[in-house]
Design a protein around this ligand. Structure first.
Ligand code: 5RP
Length: 224
């Protein structure tokens, strides 16, 4: 199977996973990226079985609306029953790197508000140690150079993602060459740098379930 076929398989598996959770008042959190897009397309087949969604980006909100799926402002909903999103990397503890699509801050907010976080990814995303994928950091534009210097002190090589403005009007630094041995500690350290909005480590609020597309089928990994 190609990577795209593996992504399609996990998108279908995610819909199958959440079907028993759907009731007329259920709100679903929806992530961002190519895998999340496939999930949205599958979810549309069941759009009459739940209330609506909260989206982690303008792009996902647009795609959901095109399918006729209601998209709510997070401040107007109570509980998000389940959040489904992709990842750039996951380790075996289901700690993630996210933000390849620059949506990390809203993704982290929706994940924090959700009862359950189901991550969907193809097998290329599962790693032993996080950090081969450059760690995205959302930064207030005026603080970009200062934050970059602080990231160098932490051992990383930050690179400005040229031409990208997040949905929140900020910029992205991608940090290369980090071997992330203690994701919870590094997530907190980076977030304490003034000017950082948030970073793409999802360790403090990791995934609860990883649906992993492999050549042997979709595997379900649960948080230990
Ligand atoms: C967007 C993300 C995505 O979940 C991540 O980049 C994975 O994307 P894809 O499903 O296209 O591989 O974090 O900010």
């Amino acid at each position: 199977m190609t990577q795209d076929e593996l992504k399609q398989a996990v998108a279908e598996a995610a819909v199958k996973y959440i079907l028993p959770l759907l009731e007329s008042d259920t709100i679903i959190g929806v992530g961002t990226g190519s895998t999340a897009n496939l999930f949205i397309d599958e979810l549309a087949k069941h759009k009459h079985d739940f209330d609506g969604t909260v989206a982690s980006s303008e792009a996902s909100a647009e795609r959901l609306k095109q399918h006729g799926i209601p998209v709510y402002d997070l401040n107007s909903v109570g509980n998000i029953r389940v959040y489904v999103d992709g990842a750039d990397e996951s380790n075996h503890h289901l700690y993630l790197i996210k933000g390849g699509g620059a949506a990390l801050t809203r993704e982290k907010i929706v994940a924090a508000c959700s009862e359950e976080f189901v991550c969907i990814a193809d097998e290329s995303k599962l790693v032993d140690v996080l950090g081969d994928f450059p760690l995205p950091i959302e930064v207030i534009p005026m603080a970009r150079s200062y934050v970059a210097r602080e990231l160098v002190k932490l051992g990383g090589d930050p690179v400005y993602r040229e031409g990208v403005v997040t949905d929140n009007g900020n910029c992205i630094l991608d940090v290369y060459n980090m071997k992330i041995l203690d994701p919870i500690k590094l997530e907190a350290q980076i977030n304490s740098i003034v000017g950082v909005v948030t970073n793409g480590l999802f360790a403090n609020r990791s995934a609860d379930v990883l649906l992993l597309g492999t050549q042997q089928g979709v595997k379900t990994l649960r948080k230990a």
